[in-house]
Design a protein around this ligand. Structure first.
Ligand SMILES: [Zn+2]
Length: 263
């Protein structure tokens, strides 16, 4: 079996720039359908198999016979997942796991309950991306527990199935999130820690590779092969900041950097 599992993390996908309105902090993560489909074709041509949650569990246990596994995850419950992602995956017989911030369901630009059911009916999987899509590091333990529990319960009540996966909102991971999600019965926690995964990896702290707007195709091919280079160090440093710096300060720093870069 393969010693490595890359889990890709996508956000919004659009046909042309400006197809949808985006928040300023979302724009670095929005990629065009052309690039997205090019990446999917590359994955297919390279012989990767996309895993479901069950396939992930088997792989983490070291019992998978899949030669080149990969996982595709989509955060934020954006309407583009229905408009563009479903068709692209279905046409290539690929699996996908969609993470929904529950309070955003049915809000402008976001999937509503019947659309989420369509995604399930098409054979895809749905996980929780928290309730309000807020950084959890600022919450008390009780607030964190409620926020996370509520997201799981509402999804399960509305969709009528067990929610096993959780994607940490805005990437602010902490060890107490691991405890709370485990207590609540989640089987897998997907973080923004930039790395591939190894067999025996902690299922409550899975690494992911965010596919951002500025990611070139050459780097994409390197990352899915597990060659992360210096980018691992840079992203690790950012993840460290998100863990230890207050979210409002982290956002202020990120905005400051954006303004410097884009004039
Ligand atoms: Zn998100």
């Amino acid at each position: 079996m393969s010693p490595l599992l890359p889990i890709l993390n996508y956000h919004g996908i659009e046909l042309r720039r400006g197809e949808y309105p985006w928040l300023q902090e979302e724009t670095p993560y929005v990629i065009l359908t052309d690039s997205f489909e090019f990446q999917l074709d590359y994955i297919a041509n390279e012989g990767f198999t996309t895993l479901s949650e069950a396939g992930l569990g088997t792989w983490l246990d070291g019992k998978s016979s899949v030669r080149k596994p990969i996982m595709l995850t989509f955060d934020d419950g954006h309407i583009s997942h229905l408009d563009h992602v479903m068709r692209a995956l279905t046409g290539r017989q690929m699996k996908g796991l969609f993470f929904v911030p529950v309070a955003h369901v049915g809000q402008p630009g976001h999937l509503d309950w019947s659309q989420l059911k369509e995604i399930l009916a098409a054979g895809f999987e749905i996980g929780s991306h928290g309730y309000r899509h807020i950084p959890l590091s600022a919450l008390t333990h009780h607030e964190l527990w409620k926020e996370t529990q509520k997201s799981k319960k509402i999804l399960e009540d509305k969709l009528g199935l067990e929610i096993k996966s959780y994607s940490v909102p805005r990437g602010f991971y902490q060890l107490r999130i691991r405890e709370v999600t485990m207590e609540l019965g989640f089987k897998f926690v997907f973080t923004s820690r930039f790395d591939v995964n190894q067999p025996g990896q902690d299922p409550w702290r899975l690494n992911r590779i965010a596919v951002k707007k500025n990611l070139g195709f050459k780097d994409f091919t390197r990352f899915v092969s597990g060659d992360l280079g210096y980018k691992r160090l840079v992203e690790r440093a950012k993840e460290g900041l998100r863990r230890f710096v207050r979210p409002d300060i982290y956002d202020a720093l990120a905005n400051f950097k954006r303004n410097l870069t884009h004039g």
